[in-house]
Design a protein around this ligand. Structure first.
Ligand code: NDP
Length: 237
């Protein structure tokens, strides 16, 4: 890819938090950006007005709607799968339906979206999935289902990198540590316990993650594939 300007980018889950920062970053670099949302209609509308990106309602838990959205948005130069949910707590107490929904959004949706995008993705295309440092390290109880879903993305990236590599398409996972969003506020109840295991005793910013995603989508990262890219303030160090 010559650069991000003019490229066709789809961000799944772009209305808030890390996804919104990714939308802003790609739009600022001149890409043609479409992003999905499921619930935050007002935030999505504001972000679209601010950036010129196109907001579309698509629930990543709805497999057929998701596949249709990716198909209708293509051919894509860059797919970013950011949409993700948490399901935290004692596994013995967790609602099995909630865990199944997490698996649909955090694991099945990235798979189906990546495969559908690759059908028409040109050479030089980039598939970037937002995982978590919890895919590598789980220092507290109550994270099992979430961590399982993020570890699964590692196999997805390694395998699809092999499948699509001959066509010049790269597949990578970005693994944030604590980032200040609605999901994990910097002043939230988990702040101290998270900072205790970090080298840098603070949350990161959504823009930090967006910068790494933009690099992976850009011309300098053409030889980077099948890899996990951790950005966690030393949470996993
Ligand atoms: P937020 O909860 O702040 O935002 C989540 C975004 O994903 C929203 O735009 C939301 O849209 C969208 N989304 C959620 N579910 C769906 C769905 N079913 N269909 C479509 N869109 C959906 O989370 P973060 O920004 O913090 O997290 C983004 C990603 O980063 C997730 O994959 C998360 O697991 C990962 N991550 C976050 C960390 C953190 O500390 N914040 C650390 C490590 C990983 P809407 O509101 O419209 O539904």
């Amino acid at each position: 890819m010559a650069g991000i300007q003019g490229k066709s980018v789809l961000v799944l889950g772009g209305s808030r938090g890390i996804g919104a920062a990714i939308v802003r970053r790609f739009a600022a670099e001149g890409a043609a950006v479409t992003f999905t949302y499921a619930g935050a209609q007002e935030a999505a509308g504001r972000l679209a007005a601010e950036t010129g990106a196109t907001a579309v309602l698509t629930d990543s838990a709805d497999r057929d709607a998701l596949i249709a959205r990716v198909r209708d948005s293509g051919p894509l130069d860059v797919l970013v799968v950011n949409a993700g949910v948490g399901a935290f707590g004692d596994p013995l107490e967790q609602d099995p339906d909630m865990v199944d929904r997490l698996i649909r959004i955090n694991v099945a949706a990235p798979w189906h979206a990546a495969v559908e995008a690759a059908r028409r993705m040109p050479e030089g295309g980039r598939i970037i999935v937002i995982g978590s440092v919890n895919g590598d390290r789980i220092p507290f109880p109550g994270l099992s289902a979430y961590a399982m879903s993020k570890s699964a993305l590692q196999g997805l990236a390694r395998g699809l990198a092999r499948d699509f590599g001959p066509r010049g398409i790269t597949v990578n996972v970005v693994q944030p540590g604590p980032i200040d969003t609605d999901l994990n506020p910097a002043d939230g109840p988990m702040k101290d316990i998270q900072h205790a295991v970090m080298a840098l005793k603070r949350h990161g910013r959504p823009e930090d993650v967006a910068g790494l995603v933009a690099w992976l989508a850009g011309p300098e990262a053409g030889f980077v594939t099948g890899a996990m890219h951790t950005i966690d303030g030393g949470f996993g160090a």
